[in-house]
Design a protein around this ligand. Structure first.
Ligand SMILES: Cc1cc2nc3c(=O)[nH]c(=O)nc-3n(C[C@H](O)[C@H](O)[C@H](O)COP(=O)(O)O)c2cc1C
Length: 467
């Protein structure tokens, strides 16, 4: 046999396929065929349809529970469960909200009650008791000595110091507190001391929605070496898998993530512009035209006072400019009364289409209904009052977009990252140019097959055709 023929034969054997991308151990722990997850998108944009479609294709997606009431989350979980076999794969988003720890606790109780086994934990800056409770509940020592952990927590993180906390066992004080409260047995507590809080870390680089604007090429190597360090330090029986999210919309981006060492990838923006996504036709029609430059940063409504940012779609939309203007006013002034009349009129008439007073009445009644006391405190703090009135705009603009309001398209708040623009470019001229032909699981499959092709091409090129 000629030497080149032998090389070609060897090359055929090592050809990369979609199923070989990422970590084998991760795929088997999740029971999915590819190392690919569809991330949560709030208010059910990552809908039960997204979750079911992914599961039916042997993949997995997380329901966008953020901003949904608990009864709605429960009915979505029941619906998902009724459409899948008992070993069907589905996950739920669990969001940290330090202002409402009781909501996090009630959500965890719901997830435990419904037997949800996979959680995507996001917006955490520190490990919380509810999250530890979820992770530790049901821990058992098997006869072979291994620990059986029924609940997997994938923590989506963009900062190494937060990742460090999640790669360690839960803080002792939290474990004790949970045992005392009767939420964990002594055995569960003992075993939780041997496991990291997060079974997976998903490194989130600049993404659609809430973003720290991280750079994947910087963060991935740092987080991977952190993982190795923590594995050596704690000697865990199972590797903490580290995945990549943010900016993945093309085979090239996915290939880069896997070459950097990602155990899995997670996408978000590209899934919002699909048939299954739980948002309006108007939003999907707009997103289908997005290019990679058509996004902007705006304040995050739920973390307005903190100055946190979300990345949104901006083409033909005033929302980002208006939202940024509101934040600027909030930063500059201590009260609505300090805002000059012309600006006030502009906001009331153009942005809000209603008066500050009307919004205040609505906001107050929301606080009363939700049983969230502190109304007197709100009345006494003009700066807080301004924040709450401005925050109304963020709830309102999300609703306009999700309802596909025809009259107020300029105010749509659509979370989206540049990955979608890159994806749109990739599928240009194919059937997938129209979102009406885009299905979440099909996109995943195509993306990973093309990723494998690109890697085969690159390696052939880099090795002079020898690989
Ligand atoms: C419309 C939209 C809403 C999102 N909402 C949430 C959310 O509620 N919870 C969450 O953990 N991540 C949320 N994300 C982030 C995604 O789960 C995912 O991490 C991110 O989109 C990945 O980056 P990419 O947009 O560049 O693909 C959202 C993203 C988008 C585009």
């Amino acid at each position: 046999m000629l030497q080149t023929e032998a090389h070609h034969e060897a090359a055929a054997q090592v050809r990369i396929s979609a199923a070989r991308l990422g970590s084998e151990q991760f795929k088997s722990a999740y029971g999915i065929k590819y190392a690919y997850l569809a991330g949560a998108m709030y208010k059910g944009i990552a809908s039960k349809e997204v979750v079911v479609a992914m599961a039916k294709a042997g993949l997995m997606g997380y329901l966008g529970t953020g901003g949904l009431r608990l009864d709605r989350i429960e009915s979505d979980i029941r619906s998902i469960q009724s459409q899948l076999p008992t070993d069907g794969r589905y996950g739920m988003n669990l969001l940290s909200d330090l202002s409402q720890p009781e909501l996090e606790q009630r959500t965890v109780e719901l997830l435990l009650r419904c037997g949800v086994r996979f959680v995507e934990a996001a917006a955490y800056m520190q490990v919380s008791p509810s999250l530890v409770r979820y992770r530790s509940k049901g821990l058992k020592r098997r006869p072979d000595g291994r620990i059986e952990a029924p609940h997997r927590v994938m923590a989506k993180i963009s900062r190494p110091e937060v990742a460090t906390a999640f790669m360690q066992p839960a803080p002792e004080a939290i474990i004790r507190q949970l045992v005392q409260a009767g939420h964990l047995s002594v055995e569960e507590a003992d075993l939780s001391r041997l496991l990291p809080v997060a079974s997976e870390i998903c490194v989130e680089a600049d993404s659609g929605g809430h973003t720290d604007r991280g750079v994947a090429h910087v963060l991935m190597p740092v987080m991977l070496s952190l993982r190795d360090e923590m594995m050596a330090q704690h000697g865990y029986a199972e590797t903490i898998h580290v995945g990549a999210a943010g900016g993945i919309g093309t085979p090239e981006a996915a290939a880069a993530a896997f070459v950097m060492g990602a155990d899995f990838i997670l996408t978000g923006s590209i899934n919002q512009c699909t048939v299954e996504a739980g948002t309006s036709v108007a939003v999907k029609d707009m997103l289908e035209t997005a290019g990679p430059q058509d996004t902007a940063y705006a304040p995050a409504g739920d973390m307005f006072e903190l100055g946190a940012k979300v990345q949104v779609f901006k083409k033909g939309i005033f929302f980002p400019a208006r939202a940024n203007k509101l934040y600027e006013l909030y930063s500059r002034y201590n009260s609505l009364d300090e805002i000059d009349l012309k600006t006030r009129r502009q906001i009331e008439e153009k942005y809000f289409r209603r008066s500050f007073d009307d919004i205040w009445q609505e906001t107050k009644s929301y606080y009363l209904d939700a049983g969230r006391g502190k109304l007197e405190e709100l009345e006494r703090s003009p700066k807080l009052k301004m924040a709450l009135i401005f925050r109304w705009y963020f709830v309102h603009t999300t609703r306009l977009a999700m309802n596909g309001d025809e009259q107020q398209k300029l105010d749509y708040q659509i979370h989206c990252g540049p990955a979608l623009g890159a994806f749109n470019r990739w599928v240009k001229g194919t059937a997938l140019e129209s979102w009406r032909n885009r299905h979440v699981a099909d996109i995943a499959e195509r993306l990973l097959n093309a990723t494998a092709d690109r890697l085969n091409e690159r390696f052939a090129q880099l090795t002079g055709g020898l690989a």
